[in-house]
Design a protein around this ligand. Sequence first.
Ligand code: IMP
Length: 498
Amino acid sequence: MANIINEISRTFSEYLILPGLTRKSNTPDAVNLKTPLVKYKKGEVPKITLNIPFVSAIMQSVSDNGLAIALAKEGGLSFIFGSQSIEGQVKMVMEVKKYKAGFVESRANLTPEHTLEDVLALKKETSFSTVGVTDDGTSCGKLLGLITSRDYRVSKESLTKKVKDFMTPLSNLITAKDGITLNEANDTIWEHKLNNLPIVDKNGKLKYFVFRKDYDSHKDHPNELSDAKKRLVVGAGINTRDYEERVPALVEAGVDVLCIDSSDGFSEWQKDTISYVKEKYDGNVLIGAGNVVDREGFLYLAKAGADFVKVGVGGGSICITREQKGIGRGQATALIDVAKARDEYFIESGEYIPICSDGGIVQDYHITLALAMGADFLMMGRYFARFDESPTRKLLVGGNYVKEYWGEGSNRARNWQRYDMGGKDNLKFEEGVDSYVPYAGKLKDNLDQTIGKTKSTMCSCGISSIKELQSDAKLTLVSSTSIIEGGAHDVIVKDGKN
Ligand code: IMP
């Protein structure tokens, strides 16, 4: 007979955190959310520490270079999706690594031979009001001039006017040479009362703009996650099939950490992939693995050399793995089991292997619960898919703005490597759905609020770090009737929703 585990498999909403003594020193600004991303030996520091405990899911509809930049600026990290060509993924990694805060690649460009009508069309299409004029009309052509709305007046007659006849020509522009620091660029902007400063290379080719309006926003990112060269940190998802070609290309592009992306990580395929990466790069390339849901799965990947282990099968919002295959485990139970194994492994081996809770975060308080249950950081898909910075379309559906969000196991993503079990009999069914999520605005605004709630809960528990949360928090199971008690109840809520 099969081994039956009688312990019920539970999820986050079945728990609450008990408040603890809040001391006067327990203020949100005193809460530290730094957390290890990769393994470290007792007494040493991890090679990468996240400034906030969030990473974005390895998904086409979530983690491209745009989201990766926005999240790293806030202290988290994205794993650029691997279900694309090696070239496409490498390009995205490079975009993040070459991004310099405050230095913006020109995204609206024309040649001197274009017309005012072209300028207006471009402005409408891109909504950028500064147009770079270059010899070939690209963002890296030779800079010849600039157009801002101060350069033209729209009339019927002026529409056919050539750009060269009304742009501000290079001879009247103040520019700076590539290599200038952001502080120096900002000083130049203030000194000359400029709105923007074009940065050109030694051949006069346009590299970036620095905008006056961005100045304040740089000061808004004190948590930025950057490497020793002050470049943003970025990860990439890989599979257990084409890693011998994909990994060297990603490493060459400057990726900081890899993660094997699979719905079932307890496999010899993952062990082989980890061994390949560790041997090829003498242990210097970091690689996470998963997903697992129990002690055995964790220990297998830990011993195989994984730098972190992801936990979660079947709990993702777009996931239908449990329905299709009947495998999985309630996310809370899985996490508690794996966290226990991680702590015991640390005591035995002196090696701390962080665990990532992947999928199933619905309410912000689930984040605090997951951390208290032992997660070192969380991977989220649905959460990030809702923001301006995610790569998918924003649509108006039924009078509400939504963003598209689809699973890697859906027909739309066609990421079959993630689910491939090897052999000749290839996949015949989907493990994910194609969906919409409510549009929620800017990543930073939402993250600020989520982090605010997490810190506030931690203050209520008298806790000021994730380590303390893991060791000192008290959690309780809730009954179904107490869940009802937890929301607004027995009142008529004025917005008419209840
Ligand atoms: P969410 O944060 O609840 O939306 O879950 C995101 C997680 O779901 C990802 O990080 C993956 O682990 C998982 N996932 C992504 N695509 C699929 C799919 O198509 N089927 C099952 N799980 C998926």
